[in-house]
Design a binder for this molecule. Sequence first.
Ligand code: NOJ
Length: 532
Amino acid sequence: MRRTADSPEAGPPVSPWWQDAVFYQVYVRSFADSDGDGVGDLEGIRSRLGYLELLGVDALWLTPFFRSPMADHGYDVADPRDVDPLFGDLAAFDRLVADTHNHGMKITIDLVPNHTSDQHPWFQEALRAGPGSRERERYHFRDGLGPDGSTPPNNWTSVFGGPAWTRVRDGQWYLHLFAPQQPDLHWEHPDVRADLVQTLRFWLDRGVDGFRIDVAHGMAKPPGLPDMDPRAVTIMAGSNAPDFVDLRFDNDEVHDIHRLIRKVLDDYPGTMAVGEIWVDQEERFAAYVRPDELHLGFNFKLVEAEFDADSVRRAIDRSLAAVESTGSPATWTLSNHDVVRHVTRYGGGELGTRRARAMALVELALPGTTYIYNGEELGLPNVDLPDWALQDPTWERSGHTQRGRDGCRVPLPWEGEIPSYGFSRAGAAWLPMPPQWGALTVEKQLEDPESMLSLYRHALEIRKTAQGFGGDELEWYGAPPGCFAFRRKGGGLICALNTSAASVPLPPGEILLSSGPMDGNQLPPETSVWLV
Ligand code: NOJ
């Protein structure tokens, strides 16, 4: 077991607590509802801390719960230093921080620096003050092109579809890389920087252990906001079209902002920041986790990999290469609130579940920090929601061609046989829950040693207590086609994965845990195993 700064009694150098932590992402709207309005809230989370401790995670990441008109479910922030009444209040937040710590877990929260809500007082002032005013300088307001200014100032598109510009009554346009209700801030303005520092200190003083930085590759914009090559445009931005430069993201000036964030965090020892960084190239990614910038960078290579040994191995190698010389640990994510849940990505049904089990053991065997998205420990699939239920701005912005992310955000089933399965005392949750989820509740899965939840609990327990997980490096073994096996160099744990159609011989060692039944001495298809 690695010694952390919290248990520094004796021995060699102490690693920060996040170095090999397992974070649990709480999508606040969908975790647990305490007040019966069908939407999750802070007291709901507090009431389920016992579950999270039992699961065995080290830290929580809460998605935004700040004051917001909820155009993008809280990623449109009207006041970054207050709790939205939908989720509770500051007193509820303080209770949650205290209780999370009492349960032995850390608590980290989202920070949304790229944009505000259009209802933020700054944006409202800017609208009132008119063209050329100082108030407009905190955002990117521009005149349009063409004789009557009716063409947007450049050709950028919004990540949610449509142009990245919206015209206001007086004829000027403002930039929003996401929804029109999320105007982008102008990061060269001193007020914008000062306000971020104030927000960081506000939550740090209340006891949070860190932040997840939304769109950490955004914020800085290229001088003059030139047109971009439309081929560079990708959905979650910046990742799938490596041959083209997406001028909207990953501009060098963004690193100054991360240095600013780091300086504040350095005043609060033991706190950390992880950036959401959709940047494809390893060296560009590495820049975000330099020693004076963020502690961790979210890496989405596993999210993008198919269930295929070569594809997963490439994702692992590239993720490790990206942080190799930085001193920052790799991070691993299979799902989050922006992507199709991995049971579904891997084929859905029994097949998708078997594969998800196999990948859970691969992910939890890797050196570094792991992020579990709430509900993945229950093996929840993506939900095919009816059109009327869709709320993600992507659905409207794309002219009903892209269904958006609601399918991975359906609330968690806790107990019982009918929706909302103990999520809320209201019958209806904010997104409809499928009638078949009675079999997937926490209550059912806790009793079943073969459930996905039992697999996660078991794996997390072993990861905490067994010796094999030391060291930051891997060595790869030779393996049959469609399979891989790696060994943690420092600790000795071996993890083998079979994505081929036939059973294969196991590497030598004693089995600690397997994701499914073994085939005698052989590793069956769609299965992974831990050995020492
Ligand atoms: C990334 C967040 O994960 C996503 O949910 C949000 O819509 C955008 N950033 C905009 O804030």
